[in-house]
Ligand binder design. Structure first.
Ligand code: UTP
Length: 300
């Protein structure tokens, strides 16, 4: 489904250090970790393309060359699969290269998500744009970006995505203080705080990795001081926009109730693999019957 707004540009930050997934991410970007049979980043790029964004900019950094290579063609590999007549594998490797034109910019130092988004300023210019975090997967069976685009069209400003989490989990996320919008299936954001202590959290609504941002965010990010973890936080810039007035101010949010996986987190990564693999055409039947036996043994 294409999005209802006229947003064409999507930024995909993928320059983080991935420390939660060490040692797997010591020499390999976490966005390249396979989820079933494709790297996590491929799902994110496919989601952006499906949502109608035609101009993709990936923010990468040191150790991230594999990301660019994955979306590039490998004529020698294609040639050898062609010679063998292995059309299925040929199609599988070409899928990633056909997703569209991806531009790349490097974030010299991973100084935080806000700083990564600021690296997109020149490319994006003065139009609203989408941000999809490279390690955050939204199940393709659930709609999110198109719903956010419809809200952005109605409200202007910026739109973020929230998800209810268990209260004790909120300190791993940005957290939003919101009010209902009369007659709307979305909410208005009054305030945002990055990774609050449980007792300070204004709600159990966690910010997840999809954003539609007004370009005014760049102005704000330019003066946003390092915050939590000494990183320039996108949450802090959005907090300022939520409280600001005038053109490009205001933040609204869609509360997502579908399936979402944080592949930068070990447990959520394992859950993503199992949830997606049980519905996989080839792997599903075998995995399901093995899982049933495995779980029955666990109960014993
Ligand atoms: P995370 O906070 O999950 O990434 O950022 P991280 O810093 O790699 O994670 P840990 O805590 O060390 O495991 C969310 C997204 O923003 C990107 C990451 O690559 C990820 O896709 N990011 C984060 C950047 O591009 N640059 C940064 O400076 C920080």
């Amino acid at each position: 489904m294409t999005n209802a707004s006229s947003i064409t540009k999507a930024v995909i930050p993928a320059a983080g250090l991935g420390t939660r997934f060490l040692p797997a991410t010591k020499a390999m970007p976490k966005e390249m970790l396979p989820v079933v049979d494709k790297p996590a980043i491929q799902y994110v790029v496919a989601e952006a393309v499906k949502a109608g964004f035609t101009d993709l900019l990936m923010i990468t950094g040191r150790n991230k060359r594999a990301l660019e290579d994955h979306f590039d063609r490998v004529p020698s590999l294609e040639g050898s699969l062609e010679a063998k007549g292995d059309d299925e594998k040929l199609e599988a490797i070409r899928e990633a290269t056909r997703l569209g034109d991806i531009h790349y910019v490097r974030q010299g130092d991973p100084r935080g998500l806000g700083h990564a988004v600021l690296c997109a300023k020149k490319h994006v210019g003065h139009e609203p744009f989408a941000v999809l975090l490279g390690d955050d997967l939204i199940d393709e069976r659930d709609e999110l970006l198109s719903v956010m685009a419809a809200v952005q069209l109605k409200t202007g400003g910026s739109v973020i995505a929230l998800m209810e989490v268990e209260p004790e989990q909120i300190s791993a996320y940005g957290c939003a203080n919101v009010v209902a919008v009369e007659g709307g299936d979305f909410v208005k954001v009054l305030g945002l705080v990055e990774k609050p202590a449980v007792e300070d959290a204004p709600s159990n609504l966690a910010v997840i990795g999809r954003y539609l941002l007004h370009p005014r965010v760049f102005e704000v990010l330019e003066h946003t001081a390092p915050g939590r973890g000494n990183e320039i936080q996108l949450t802090d810039a959005l907090q300022e926009l939520a409280a600001a007035e005038g053109d490009g101010a205001g933040v609204h949010a869609v509360v997502f109730r579908g399936r979402r996986y944080d592949t930068g987190d070990k447990l959520s990564y394992l859950q993503a693999n199992i949830t997606l693999a049980v519905d996989h055409e080839d792997l599903g039947p075998g995995l399901k019957s093995w899982l049933k036996d495995f779980v029955a043994d666990l109960d014993d």
